[in-house]
Design a protein around this ligand. Structure first.
Ligand code: NAD
Length: 247
């Protein structure tokens, strides 16, 4: 398999989409480093990776903190070598209508979902350039294309991620580094579990496939882009949303 033995970093891998991505990449033979925001979460990641026979592990990382990003990238380089697959999955929502949005709600969503991508990519690019091989995949959202009332911060961050991806793809394509986004629709994870039933039913009624997506269905597309399938795909956003939004 083409990514056998390659070092892959997946942020936010304790649960949901990130965990499914980590397991998918592990099943393709990559050495997976999954990140968590606590030691307990990192241990849980190490445990599920060990269970599937992977040589990778969990590490603690706050993607919104520059020092934490630097420290983890250094640690991975020392322990495992060059990161050739980077999956920017960690993300948060802090919903509020704009009239009431607090600076903290804006800043935290932009830092966690967008500035983190800039930092992590910058930290990995030198190694990928030297290796003349790289895959950068960022988990965007259908909200980047459709917008969503109460999520101006999240929509701005995810649209920014998609623009960043197109610009970077043009910068690094000649180095055999592919840069893409995967944009999930409405996926059955902790992020959506807290939505009111009425809101969930309303969202579901907008999906031609009439159901929520599963984390593994998003992970399959990320896994495709990380592997042979992604060799000549760059600067793109692949939608995984059951038809909720059609570009
Ligand atoms: P989730 O809340 O289950 O997972 C988010 C992960 O990000 C968690 O592991 C969390 O610990 C991590 N994280 C949060 N803040 C962090 C920080 N500062 N540093 C490091 N890690 C941090 O949600 P999910 O649904 O699995 O979401 C994964 C990604 O998919 C997110 O980027 C989200 O925006 C995106 N997404 C989800 C949906 C959906 O319907 N669930 C739809 C579109 C996009």
């Amino acid at each position: 398999m083409s990514i056998e033995g390659k070092v892959a970093l997946v942020t936010g891998a304790t649960r949901g989409i990130g965990k499914a991505i980590a397991i998918n990449l592990a099943s393709q033979g990559a050495v997976v480093i999954g990140t968590a925001t606590s030691e307990k979460g990192a241990d849980a990641i190490s445990a599920y990776l060990t269970e599937v026979g992977n040589k990778g592990c969990g590490m603690v990382l706050d993607v919104a903190d520059a020092a934490s990003v630097d420290a983890v990238l250094k640690q991975i380089q020392a322990d495992f070598g060059t990161i050739e697959i980077l999956v920017n999955n960690a993300g948060i929502t802090r919903d509020n209508i704009l009239m009431r949005m607090k600076d903290d709600e804006w800043d935290s969503v932009l830092n966690t979902n967008l500035t983190s991508v800039y930092r992590l990519v910058k930290g990995c690019l030198r190694g990928m350039t030297k290796a003349r091989w790289g895959r950068i995949i960022s988990v965007s959202s259908v909200v980047a294309s459709m917008g969503n009332a109460g999520q101006a911060n999240y929509a701005a961050a995810k649209s920014g991620m998609e623009g960043f991806t197109r610009a970077l793809a043009r910068e690094v394509g000649s180095r055999n580094i592919a840069v893409n986004c995967v944009a999930p629709g409405f996926i059955d994870t902790d992020m959506t579990a807290g939505l009111a039933d009425e809101h969930k039913q309303n969202l579901q009624s907008q999906i031609p496939m009439s159901r929520l997506g599963q984390p593994e269905e998003v992970a399959a597309v990320v896994g495709f882009l990380a592997g042979d399938g992604g060799a000549y795909v760059t600067g793109d956003t692949i939608h995984v949303n059951g038809g909720m939004y059609m570009s």
